[in-house]
Ligand binder design. Structure first.
Ligand SMILES: NC(=O)C1=CN([C@@H]2O[C@H](COP(=O)(O)OP(=O)(O)OC[C@H]3O[C@@H](n4cnc5c(N)ncnc54)[C@H](OP(=O)(O)O)[C@@H]3O)[C@@H](O)[C@H]2O)C=CC1
Ligand SMILES: CC(=O)N[C@@H](CCC(=O)OP(=O)(O)O)C(=O)O
Length: 342
């Protein structure tokens, strides 16, 4: 089977990473590529790491340009996907890498994104309990945010197994590509280099409701999430340190056993041997997730730490993994857990 795939937002970071993965996918033929301010430009000038596509010229991002494909990936800013998606036919597989269709609760959407809610699509984090079944055969997929990917994978075994109280505290470091390629003063080299700084502190980050949405059903009721992201001077990677109070009777052994069971058959999630800790460098450019979990007996807290590449498992790799499931292909087709080191 060969599927023809279009990529909207091909000039951006998420679009560029997606194209890197699609070039290595044995069942994908790359069709139309679109941009916005860069429409009319050759891709080689914008994504110089993709020589096989260097002479492709970006079309404008319109539904007309994107029709005639089996799969359309939308790697557009928040709020831009819905208008395009509604013009694509019901038989086309549309994979939105933005946030437009991630949240089920309209009030949360309006509060955190400040625009009308477009709807809710099956959620592209296959490792979450029940998620694979919803993706199989689906014609619409909402790819998760990068922080919710890292955090949900780190914490769901604790909630699914009734080990943690419903009060999670998360501090996560992200590389700057998470903020996209558009020019922003806080992303200038002179601001970022040699600097680590938090942002979105105190419940203001739009990924908080997405984490609550993912974890609450497993906790048997609404959980609270205190989330503090920090921007660190590296291009890629997320390290999420997540903790929650342990329920009475929890032990280091019961925590370890729950995490071993949760990830035993997962192709991309690696629970590290005890004593080894996740690192962003180890997952760079790969679709792997590294996880370690510990029980802090003195503080009576479960600490789960995950590392992902925000552009791979955190966006484009998750999108390809979800596409594979939706099309009935082996889930790992075209995806690797092999990183780049040092
Ligand atoms: N970066 C990351 O780690 C992650 C990103 N995502 C999501 O992926 C999507 C793309 O992010 P990212 O690649 O980082 O962002 P970039 O800023 O790097 O790229 C944005 C892309 O969208 C295009 N674009 C900009 N404005 C418009 C518009 N008004 N209408 C149509 N197209 C437009 C740009 O085209 P041009 O350059 O030609 O103007 C560019 O191709 C976002 O929704 C983001 O939230 C999700 C998870 C992680
Ligand atoms: C470092 C950085 O700025 N990261 C982004 C998250 C990027 C991401 O996952 O994406 P969505 O925008 O698709 O939700 C942020 O915190 O806003």
């Amino acid at each position: 089977m060969t599927v023809r795939a279009a990529v909207a937002g091909a000039s951006g970071y998420a679009g560029g990473e997606l194209l890197r993965l699609l070039l290595a996918h044995p069942q994908v033929e790359i069709g139309t590529l679109t941009g916005h301010s860069n429409a009319g430009q050759k891709l080689g000038a914008l994504q110089p790491h993709l020589p096989p596509l260097a002479d492709r010229v970006l079309a404008p991002t319109t539904a007309e340009e994107l029709t005639g494909h089996d799969v359309v990936f939308l790697a557009l800013p928040h709020g831009q996907s819905a208008a395009v998606a509604e013009q694509l036919g019901p038989d086309v597989l549309v994979i939105d890498m933005g946030a437009d269709f991630r949240l089920a609760n309209s009030t949360d959407w309006e509060k955190f994104y400040g625009s009308p809610h477009a709807g809710t699509w099956p959620y592209g984090l296959p490792e979450l309990p029940g998620a694979r079944a919803a993706l199989e055969g689906s014609k619409r997929v909402a790819v998760p945010g990068c922080f919710p990917t890292a955090v949900s994978l780190a914490l769901f075994p604790a909630y699914e197994n009734g080990l943690a109280e419903p009060e999670a505290v998360i501090v996560a470091a992200s590389g700057t590509s998470g903020a996209g390629k558009a020019l922003k003063p806080h992303l200038l080299g002179s601001e970022v280099m040699g600097n680590v700084t938090p942002y979105g502190v105190g419940g203001g980050h739009r990924h908080t409701p997405e984490m609550i949405q993912n974890l609450s059903p497993l906790a048997g009721g609404r959980i609270s999430v205190s989330f503090t992201p920090t921007l660190v001077p590296m291009p890629r990677g997320i390290l999420a340190t997540c903790s929650a109070p342990a329920k009475p009777g929890v032990s280091a052994e019961s925590v370890r056993a729950a995490y071993e069971k949760a990830f035993a058959d997962e192709p991309f999630v690696h629970l590290l041997p005890e004593g080894r800790w996740p690192s962003t460098a180890s997952v760079q450019g790969s679709n792997a997730v590294q996880i370690q979990v510990a029980y802090d007996e003195a503080a009576q807290r479960i600490i789960a730490i995950s590392a992902i590449d925000n552009l791979t498992k955190g966006t484009a790799g998750g999108a390809v993994q979800s596409m594979n499931i939706a099309l009935g292909l082996p889930e790992d087709t075209g995806l690797s857990t092999i990183g780049v080191a040092p």
